[in-house]
Design a protein around this ligand. Structure first.
Ligand code: ARG
Length: 594
């Protein structure tokens, strides 16, 4: 795999030290393999193996007389030579300081220049990502925006790694709320089948029908009757239902288009027939219990803790729980998924724990198959309270995106960019900043926490923000332009001489770039995207330090170019590529000028 340069150094080191420690201490069961970065001081090497201390403790517990330094020396003696390691030193109380072989690092960077930023190779899986999932006729709120942004980025990283990803929008498109919507539609637009009604504001339509439902007994009765007709698949009711769903879907699609999000609409209604089948399976298996007319299922039938699923309501209808049981069965059996990811607000964590437990009980999920619940906190306003408009209404997503666009333009104008960029460039920059800053603000926070939505903070050009990173990237991209070196010329030099490390600051930056595969593998496992954001920030800090200390182009007093250091331009190009790939995984568009 080292041919393409996409090696995960820390994994290689783990393998090497696992082998060394295993040979030095064959009697220890599962000895700790601790590999960390060495921090800023070059005299501690690039990485450290800190296994000697805990191993020495383990040996002492077995009455073996030893000390960490002796253990470290024993490990060192058993460490096989490796192309990745230049040398290892035992230091201090028993640290093993590892110096990475610069030739290997140069090879990796040359590969990035020749072939692009290739993902580490791995076994391909079929992954189902359930995300976004707003409810028809209700508003798509900021919680759904978080799910959309996080889910898209998770899909992107898995697609980058070569997995077969199914992006599913589990729309709330079935349920009793359709009774009142259809009844209201019949009254307001009796000829809806021949003349498509102008319902542009479906939320207002929803509110109107809800009001009637709550206040008018007669209407309520009709609404219930409509549910019965719909569930019996009466064609008139199905076409009314379809119409309402379609209006809603078009609204959602506008948001997805703006944010460049791809996903397949497969709502709760898709599982209609499959719900009959899963209910039968659960009944036949004896998993359902009667409870005040309902049929429920416990995750653990003995302990009976938490909340059971309501699989069948007392009126015979199905619920959200039923559709999720049908959905997991479909994803296992028909989609042949290996990973089942659900990106939903943290408030639903218990629901998914129970779905997982019940699906396991019923034999739908087997052995290592599990539901991966990717929960996230709520979006707060700057007053740390639930995010609302000034007048106290819930925020409309389309208005939020509009405001982002406006604010981002203000910011660019404030910096005088409207005088430098062409109108097309300005528009591209405006959109990249607006949508980029909203996505990045969400992704750069640990998702399990609540986060405060603040345009002022996300549009700051200092600190870990999209604006800062997008600027950093355009600055890096402008270096080769100033030197008047085209990419082709640079790549010719790569073929001739290749990249070579010089100054210490080059090595520091290079080492950060080398960690890309490690970060990608970590994030694709734990699905915490803020690690990738922190990594991006680390790259741009290392780049700033490098650029302060090392010139790439030397000019004389008249500003004429007298010397170009190609190897450093190569480092700039590699840095830009790793940053662009990382931003792409976060779903953030980059621009060449801004
Ligand atoms: N529509 C639901 C909501 O807005 C989210 C659905 C999440 N996905 C699922 N398979 N239950 O709360």
């Amino acid at each position: 795999n080292s041919v393409e340069g996409n090696i995960c150094i820390v994994d290689e080191l783990k393998n090497i030290f696992e082998f060394a420690i295993g040979s030095a201490y064959p009697d220890l069961e599962d000895p700790p393999i601790v590999i960390t970065l060495s921090g800023n001081n070059p005299k501690f090497g690039d990485y450290q193996c800190n296994s000697a201390m805990p191993i020495s403790q383990l040996l002492k517990a077995k009455n073996v007389k030893t000390n960490p330094r002796e253990v470290a020396n024993n490990i060192l003696n058993k460490t096989p030579s490796s192309p990745f390691i230049e040398r290892i030193e035992v230091a201090g109380a028993g640290f093993l300081n590892i110096y990475i072989n610069k030739t290997v690092a140069e090879h990796v960077l040359n590969c990035i220049l020749r072939f692009g930023v290739k993902p580490p190779p791995m076994k391909k899986e079929r992954v189902i990502v359930d995300f976004s999932s707003p409810n028809i006729a209700k508003e798509m709120h900021v919680g759904h925006l978080r799910s959309t942004i996080i889910g898209d980025s998770i899909s992107r990283i898995l697609e980058y790694l070569g997995h077969d990803v199914l992006r599913l929008n589990h729309l709330g498109d079935w349920g009793t709320q359709f009774g009142m919507l259809i009844a209201h539609l019949q009254d307001k637009f009796p000829d809806f089948k021949t003349h498509s009604p102008p319902i542009s504001d479906l939320q207002a339509f929803y509110k109107e029908s809800k009001k009637r439902f709550d206040e008018d007994e007669e209407f309520k009765k009709r609404a219930y009757a409509c549910v019965v007709q719909l569930q019996a698949h009466h064609p008139d009711y199905i076409s009314a239902w379809k119409l309402i769903c379609e209006v809603s879907r078009q609204e959602f699609q506008k948001i997805y288009d703006r944010l460049n999000i791809n996903l397949i609409a497969r709502g709760e209604s898709f599982y209609q027939d499959r719900m009959d089948a899963v209910v039968k399976q659960l009944k036949d298996g004896g998993y359902l219990e009667e409870d005040e007319g309902r049929l429920i299922m416990w995750g653990d039938p003995v302990k009976k803790d938490g909340i059971p699923l309501t699989v069948v309501k007392s009126d015979g209808g199905y619920t959200y729980d039923t559709s999720d049981m049908a959905a997991i069965k479909q994803r296992v059996e028909e989609e042949k998924g290996n990973r089942f990811i659900y990106v939903v607000d943290a408030g639903q964590s218990t629901h998914f724990v129970t779905i997982d437990a019940c699906a396991r009980r019923a034999g739908i999920l087997k052995n290592s198959q599990k539901i991966e619940f990717v929960g996230f906190g709520v979006v707060l306003g700057e007053d740390k309270k639930k995010f609302k408009t000034r007048s106290g209404d819930t925020i409309k997503l389309s208005e939020l995106l509009e405001e982002g666009l406006k604010r981002s333009l203000d910011k660019l104008v404030e910096k005088g960019r409207d005088k430098v960029l062409t109108p097309e460039e300005l528009k591209l920059a405006q959109e990249a900043v607006a949508y980029g800053c909203i996505k990045y603000a969400d992704l750069s926070h640990n998702r399990v926490n609540d986060y405060v939505f603040s345009f002022d903070k996300m549009l700051d050009d200092k600190g870990n923000t999209a604006v800062y990173l997008l600027y950093a990237l355009t600055r890096i991209r402008s270096i080769a332009r100033t030197a008047q070196i085209s990419l082709d010329q640079l790549l010719e030099e790569v073929d001739k001489t290749g990249f070579k490390f010089g100054h210490e600051a080059e090595w520091k930056l290079g080492k950060v770039l080398l960690r890309f595969p490690e970060i990608i593998l970590k994030v694709s496992n734990d699905l915490y995207l803020h690690s990738l954001c922190e990594y991006l920030y680390e790259i741009s800090s290392a780049f700033t330090e490098f650029y302060d200390k090392c010139y790439c182009v030397e000019k004389d007093k008249e500003g004429k170019i007298v010397n170009i250091i190609f190897s450093r331009l190569m480092l700039c190009e590699a840095t830009a590529r790793v940053m662009e790939k990382s931003l792409d995984i976060l779903g953030i568009k980059t621009v060449s000028k801004m």
